[in-house]
Write a protein that binds this ligand. Structure first.
Ligand code: MRU
Length: 340
């Protein structure tokens, strides 16, 4: 199994010649570490849609670089219109993470402002988005760690580490920072059905960083909480509504409900750019529905359900603000009731 080191690894970067976006294909981990060089809008759309690049902040960083790369081959005539079309196309690949449209809009503003220097300005801005994410994640990790105690057992869901963002990640940041400082925490990782981001990516990243990891199926978390085996839950998120309702990977809501019931603090860790005040509540957040083949076939040697049945495959759920003990951003620790 390949090794990665979160502080040296970029799940998304610009190629040296600035003609492509280079990503780690996250669908192949943990068995294979393969980099892909993406040059066309279609390849970039496919990479987001198929979760080769995934995790809300990483999708934002990717979109920043994608706009910069695509701009290099747009003709001067109608430049802004074409760039805007390509941006809308990328945004249509996945609906829930606000970071995608946030980065595309930021790049469109950059291009407008820079006029004839737009192409080089877009490259600079993409690098800026990336560097900002690195420092933001570190600040989120510091803020989150300030709430934890030595020996805490942390439940996490999906993957909110270096692959999903940069360096420390969001939901995993406190675990990584604690390990660097010799402050002992351990992780209980939900496998995260159906795409197994917890088992494939989080367990892999944390294990590589030397952290004590215990993998469980999602439906075991409430039982562990009832036995007093979890001290806090830490997750990332894809969009925060103005009232603090929070969209994250499907299964997050179940963990939040159980945590509330058993009195376990439930922390959402994210960059402030994930707050979308145009969504008044979680009811305004669009939840992606995916192709049910990931329920029945993707990770199984043999099909696990009969052909021809119906399916539902929502990829995210929305956790009501009142179930969230704190929303932790680079700006500090916010507590319920939230008002953004
Ligand atoms: O479908 P995914 O794998 O992109 O979902 C990712 C999550 O739900 C993460 O928890 C979220 O994007 C936060 S990443 C720091």
């Amino acid at each position: 199994m390949p090794e990665i080191e979160y502080k040296k690894m970029d799940s998304v970067r610009l190629s040296a010649d600035k003609h492509s976006v280079v990503i780690i294909d996250q669908t192949l981990l943990p068995n294979e570490l393969k980099y892909l060089e993406l040059t066309s809008a279609e390849q970039m759309f496919e990479a987001i849609k198929q979760l080769r690049v995934r995790g809300a902040p990483a999708i934002g960083i990717f979109a920043g670089y994608a706009m910069a790369v695509l701009a290099q081959s747009i003709l001067d005539e109608g430049f802004l219109g074409r760039l805007s079309q390509l941006g809308s196309y990328l945004v249509s690949s996945r609906p829930t993470a606000v970071n995608l449209s946030w980065a595309v809009e930021r790049q469109l503003k950059t291009a407008k402002k820079a006029g004839e220097n737009a192409r080089s300005a877009l490259i600079d801005e993409a690098v800026k988005i990336h560097l900002e994410d690195i420092s933001t994640c570190k600040a989120i990790a510091e803020n989150t760690l300030s709430l934890l105690h030595e020996g805490d057992r942390i439940l996490t869901h999906c993957n909110a580490g270096a692959l999903a963002c940069s360096r420390y990640g969001t939901g995993l940041g406190a675990l990584l920072l604690a390990a660097e400082r010799g402050f002992k925490l351990s992780a209980v990782v939900d496998e995260t059905r159906p795409l197994l981001q917890g088992a494939r990516l989080t367990a892999y990243e944390l294990h590589n960083a030397g952290i004590d990891v215990t993998l469980i199926c999602d439906n075991m978390a409430a039982w562990l909480m009832s036995n007093g085996e979890i001290d806090a839950v830490m997750v990332g998120c894809d969009r925060v509504a103005a009232n603090g309702d929070t969209a994250n990977k499907i299964g997050t809501l179940s963990a939040a409900v159980a945590a509330k019931h058993f009195g376990v603090p439930f922390y959402v860790c994210c960059p402030y750019s994930t707050v979308d005040t145009s969504c008044r509540t979680g009811a305004d957040i669009v939840v992606e529905e995916r192709d049910g083949s990931e329920l029945t076939e993707l990770y199984f040697a043999r099909r696990t359900a009969p052909e021809g049945i119906g399916f539902r495959d929502p990829s995210f759920d929305v956790t009501p603000a009142e179930l969230i003990t704190a929303i932790i951003t680079e700006r500090g620790i916010l507590r319920y009731p939230y008002a953004f």
